[in-house]
Ligand binder design. Structure first.
Ligand code: ARG
Length: 657
């Protein structure tokens, strides 16, 4: 157990005599910002005193008199308006350190297990994975690892989109444009080409039909802008003038936005118009979008030919996904996609109607939310079931089949509306006991702060992105190894595997260390840097410890059997161990807030503490044998913590780099 949890446990019975809401008082016990106030600070006396009308310092003193902390704390003092400052006893810390040396959970206690399904990655298959799939895969995988490590019973489920409109597109593409010999050799690449081609041709016709209206809209903005300019010119009052200018600025930026849309439309048109082959195809397939939708409808209504094609394409699509997951080091307990739930959908709708939750509305079947927001459509007027119907069937299945208590959806913020309606409907449908959470996240941006695209405007393929990360990292690893004072240490295969760890680790860490709800800018140099809040910095910190063990020819097993030697005499030793002991606190916050960045922050702080420790405390050079052993033990604990923490992020920790 961490020191913080231990202290909170000691305060709990005291607080129980003072308030009904013990939890919120306990949450006001935190580690101190400034060591001069001790190691921890309890700030709960002030709000409690306010409620009961006692003087805060008196209440704080009363708490100090009651709380049992003799074995744990050296000093417990009331300070200022009623803070309680606590300083841990060094012998207690040392005792914890020795205990953790022998604990393969590094002091992290198992929680009361819950049955958790975590739905993540979940791409729409039949089109290649792109950078947008990175966040769900990486954040979801990290949460899966952390929740499982904490002791929960976790099922990861890749809810792939394997029944959607993209299949109509490749079926149409296959029927009209397939290159048989490429398909025989590289089916996935050919299907991806077909998907892109059908998409491109549909977009072309869409752009053709929308372009005139868009141009007209831009013109009318132009007129409004000229008008407003004149008005602003003749305005006498300064405040009015300012207001008009502000409005003008808004109009201009809206017009810029439209211009950008137009220019991306024009570039799509140009690509096709300038290519006689494509142009011919576009002309011959003017109705392509509708026909592709028709193929999807045929598949859904049980058409045998389309079903046979789907049966043929799907395994290939899954193979392509697995390829990317292998590179990412991600795997799932279940892959139950949309198609799996198709046979259950009619019953879901019937059941929703029976229970009075769903009603007919203009030929469609809808669930209306209590707050009268947009309806949740579970069957469209043409009879088709929707994304919503599938998600409802999925909830029922997960509860009945797995006894799920908590369901997490690691999905883009842009789907918030869907999940709000889903949760609302599920609750009224009888799943109010299940904790359902949309673990939402922001967008990966390019340098221009717009969604990350390639130069030609395509989405960035995930596989090539991962390959580039590894290639760049490999180069950095080689340069670094070549520059070592005593010559290179790594052979070629080691360089390759370290390159992979740094490259893939760099991409994952860069994603995880941002607050998940924020957008972030993708930046190669920052993510692969050896210093700063990066995977490489933490990996190097860990490798350096292992370098010390190699150099000193340390046998870890016999070192660990000497745990009694562990002392925390220097402030930097003490600081480093206190940090290690707070591993559990970091993981608890990751779970509570579903925020992997709490773990990256912990690892970054640990690596920083390690540097201060090195600065202040020689390890191999230390002459006193006992002190040397103690420091080696502390290094070992740090390396184990860094390695375990990285593993929970899904990142490898090479011993030598
Ligand atoms: N396939 C969906 C998409 O790419 C994400 C699915 C998320 N999971 C779910 N159960 N809705 O947008």
């Amino acid at each position: 157990m961490s020191a913080l949890q231990e202290i909170r446990n000691r305060f709990a019975p005291v607080l129980a005599g003072l308030t009904d809401d013990v939890e919120s008082s306990l949450s006001m016990i935190r580690s101190s910002q400034d060591p001069k106030f001790g190691d921890f600070q309890a700030n709960c006396a002030m709000p409690l005193a306010k409620k009961s009308g006692v003087a805060p310092r008196d209440l704080a003193q009363q708490m100090v008199d009651q709380v049992q902390l003799d074995d744990l704390c050296e000093t417990v003092e009331v300070a200022g308006p009623g803070f309680i400052n606590l300083k841990l006893r060094t012998d207690w810390l040392e005792q914890q350190a020795r205990r953790i040396v022998a604990d393969d959970r590094l002091g992290v206690q198992q929680v009361e297990p819950k049955k958790i399904v975590i739905d993540y990655s979940s791409p729409n298959v039949a089109k290649p994975m792109h950078v947008g799939h990175l966040r769900s895969s990486v954040i979801g995988n990290c949460l899966e690892r952390v929740l499982r490590f904490l002791g929960h019973d976790v099922i990861s489920d890749n809810h792939i989109g394997d029944w959607g409109t993209q299949f109509g597109m490749i079926i149409y593409g296959y029927g009209n444009f397939v290159d048989e010999s490429t398909y025989a050799k590289e089916p996935v690449a050919e299907l991806a080409r077909l998907y892109r081609l059908v998409n491109q041709l549909s977009d072309y016709h869409d752009a053709c039909s929308k372009q005139p209206a868009l141009e007209e809209q831009i013109r009318s903005y132009g007129d409004r802008i000229t008008g407003s300019e004149l008005m602003a010119e003749f305005e006498n009052s300064e405040t009015e003038k300012k207001k008009k200018k502000k409005a003008l600025k808004k109009l201009r930026s809206e017009q810029d936005g439209l211009r950008e849309t137009l220019s991306s439309m024009q570039s799509k048109l140009e690509t096709i118009d300038s290519d006689s082959e494509l142009k011919k195809l576009a002309t011959a397939h003017a109705d392509i979008a509708r026909l592709a939708r028709l193929e999807t409808a045929k598949l859904h209504s049980g058409d045998e030919g389309n079903r046979a094609l789907w049966d043929e394409f799907l395994p290939e699509c899954l193979k392509a996904l697995d390829h990317v997951y292998e590179k990412l080091g991600v795997s799932f307990d279940k892959t139950l996609g949309e198609s799996f739930y198709q046979p259950m959908l009619a019953d879901v709708v019937a059941n929703l109607k029976e229970s009075g939750l769903a009603t007919d509305s203009d030929g469609a079947v809808c669930v209306f939310a209590e707050d009268n927001a947009a309806p949740f459509i579970v069957q469209k007027s043409d009879g088709a079931f929707t994304y919503a119907t599938t998600d409802l069937a999925t909830i029922r299945y997960r509860v009945e089949e797995f006894g799920t208590q908590v369901m997490l959806y690691v999905v883009d913020t842009r789907q918030s509306e869907h999940f709000k309606l889903l949760m609302d409907t599920a609750k009224r449908w009888g799943y109010g006991d299940v904790e359902i959470q949309h673990v939402n996240f922001g967008t990966v941006l390019g340098d221009d702060r717009r969604p990350f695209k390639t130069r030609s405007g395509d989405t960035v393929g995930l596989e090539s992105l991962l390959d580039e990360a590894v290639a760049r990292a490999y180069k950095i690893v080689c340069d670094n190894d070549d520059a070592k004072p005593n010559g290179p240490e790594l052979d070629e295969s080691e360089r390759r595997s370290v390159g992979e760890a740094v490259g893939i680790g760099g991409i994952k860490y860069a994603d995880l260390h941002h607050n998940r709800e924020s957008d972030y800018v993708f930046n190669w140099d920052k993510m692969l840097a050896k210093t700063g809040d990066t995977a490489a910095y933490i990996q190097y910190a860990n490798a350096r410890i292992n370098g010390i063990f190699r150099k000193g020819d340390i046998d870890l097993e016999s070192l660990r059997s000497d745990a009694e030697s562990l002392r925390l005499e220097h402030a930097s030793e003490r600081g480093l161990f206190q940090q290690i002991l707070s591993f559990e606190d970091a993981l608890i916050v990751v779970e509570r807030e579903m925020r992997p960045n709490m773990l990256t922050q912990f690892l970054f702080d640990t690596a920083n503490r390690l540097s201060s420790f090195y600065q202040d405390c020689p390890v191999l050079k230390e002459e006193d044998d006992a002190v040397r052993t103690s420091r080696l033990l502390l290094c070992d604990l740090t390396s184990r913590t860094l390695t375990q923490g990285l593993e929970l992020l899904g990142i490898d920790a090479p011993k030598q780099m």
